[in-house]
Design a protein around this ligand. Structure first.
Ligand SMILES: [Zn+2]
Length: 500
């Protein structure tokens, strides 16, 4: 029996004494308008069981038909992952009973995946790690069970359960890596970077929303340890449904620590699936892992094989967007950013926003300044992604154009940002509504400077005596009086003119 007592070896110590081997299985729900084998719509969040038909409910005699758009999407994913595309392949039935799977088998692919033997280059903290791809295959999603009445939402302790089949039959692509070796202490960072990379890559193809929070991208983490890289692979655990980038990293760290403790104690790691607990940051045993033969796979008799025309595959290859690494390099060159700056931008998830802000007319350095220094902090405080802030790249470009034109300074620009984020309209609208423009009326400025000199005779005397650095105090007084709405450089000039 497995024990639930969690004895752990600290991660850093574990990766020093053991060689971790990682494997990642990522499920991507495609954004096709209809399901994998029927014409039902796929809109997220619809009333339960309103998007179903005899095919996806598994009613007797219903016959499935393959969604051509889904095949196109998986081929594009496969090509983007440098995979070979099968000239001929079949679907297979994976037999198991589960209440949210009405047919009691899942239509999947087994030994004939449509895409296989690929790789993708992942940026891990500025270094490139090549991850080899075993396969990408087509299957269908299951429905969703809802357990009602219990405290935890799990079946244990529930009064009754409900099933929603809207999701049953939505096209799902499973992308499986080969064992990822030689990562050492970076294993957790590599796992996170790969999932993040894959998400960006699939999003770039436009074939899925890849929303981890909505389950359109889901990750299973396989991990094993061995004494050293020359030893055979150890027994792996498979942690299911780890559904945020941060959790992927944490789950790897936890499993490394747990495996090391089991091995240190002379025990054997059990091959099993495990549940990830977001709240406590631990995994607990699920079921002992079935072997492939337990699913009694056999070729799906109701579907014809898929034989994509090579010419069509080449046409699809021509539709692939620029790979993320190439795009990053191109933007870095265009913008004149250092490696470190680019890493900061990517770390903040700001690459798209900055690119769009530059396209809207802002200088790259200015675009970076607003998104990284100001907006990333506000997004972080609000616990949302940059994309979630109610401000567009065009707004940011407009804000910078107001600064460039001398109509507002940086201090005022921050207040303008507040206004835009509060829904008061475009930067231009906020400037006029709040009366935030820089006061460039020379008479008004001169009067304010004279008042500041009068109020601070000691400081004025120092400046007259040649201590120009003391002007800062007078500039501060003027800016305060004018509530920041003055050009500090011009104020300084006026002060020095008066006192020289
Ligand atoms: Zn249907």
């Amino acid at each position: 029996m497995t024990t639930t007592a969690v004895r752990l070896v600290p991660y850093e110590e574990a990766v020093e004494r053991y060689d971790p081997v990682l494997g990642l299985e990522v499920h991507v729900e495609l954004n096709t308008a209809s399901k994998m084998f029927c014409g039902c719509t796929t809109t997220f969040g619809a009333e339960p069981n309103t998007q179903v038909c005899p095919v996806c409910l598994g009613l007797p005699g219903a016959l499935p038909v393959v969604n051509a758009k889904a095949v196109e999407s998986v081929i594009r994913i496969g090509l983007a992952l440098n995979c070979s595309i099968a000239g001929w392949c079949r679907f297979a039935r994976k037999n198991y009973f589960y209440p949210d799977m009405p047919k009691n088998f899942q239509t999947s692919q087994y030994d004939e995946p449509i895409a296989y033997d690929g790789y993708t280059d992942v940026d891990v903290d500025g270094e490139t790690v090549r991850v080899e791809i075993e396969r990408a295959h087509m299957e269908e999603d299951t429905g969703k069970s809802l357990h009602v009445g219990g405290a935890t939402g799990r079946i244990h302790g529930a009064d009754h359960s409900l099933v929603d089949y809207n999701r049953a039959g939505i096209p799902l692509i499973e992308i499986v890596t080969k064992p990822i070796e030689d990562t050492g202490a970076r294993v957790a960072a590599v796992a996170r970077a790969y999932v993040s990379h894959l998400r960006d890559l699939v999003r770039g193809l436009g074939v899925s929303d890849v929303r981890m929070d909505q389950g359109s991208l889901r990750c299973d983490v396989n991990l094993s340890l061995r004494p050293d890289p020359s030893a055979p692979l150890g027994t792996r655990s498979e942690t299911k449904n780890v559904n945020s980038l941060r959790s992927v990293e944490r789950a790897v760290r936890f499993e490394v620590s747990r495996h090391a403790a089991v091995l240190d104690g002379g025990g054997r790691v059990v091959q099993e699936t495990r549940h990830w607990h977001e709240d406590t940051g631990i995994t607990t045993p699920g079921r002992v892992k079935e072997e492939a033969e337990d699913y009694r796979y056999f070729p799906e008799p109701d579907l014809v094989p898929i034989a994509p025309d090579p010419g069509w595959v080449e046409e699809l290859r021509a539709t692939l967007p620029e790979p993320p690494a190439v795009r990053r390099q191109r933007l870095q060159t265009d913008w004149g950013f250092s490696d470190l700056e680019v890493r900061d931008v990517i770390g903040a998830g700001a690459l798209d926003r900055i690119e769009q802000t530059v396209a809207a007319g802002a200088a790259p350095s200015a675009a970076k300044k607003w998104w990284l220094a100001e907006l990333a902090r506000r997004a972080n405080d609000a616990g949302i992604a940059l994309e979630g802030l109610p401000i567009t790249p065009a707004d940011v470009a407009e804000l910078q154009s107001l600064v460039d034109a001398g109509r507002i300074n940086d201090t005022l620009a921050r207040q303008v940002l507040d206004g835009v984020l509060a829904g008061e309209g475009s930067p231009e609208a906020v400037v006029s509504a709040r009366g935030l423009g820089v006061i460039s009326d020379e008479a008004e400025l001169t009067a304010a400077v004279e008042r500041a000199i009068e109020a601070n005779p000691d400081v004025a005397a120092k400046i007259r005596a040649g201590k120009v650095a003391a002007a800062g105090a007078l500039i501060g007084a003027v800016m305060k009086e004018m509530r920041g709405q003055a050009d500090a450089g011009r104020v300084r000039e006026l002060i020095l003119e008066k006192l020289s």
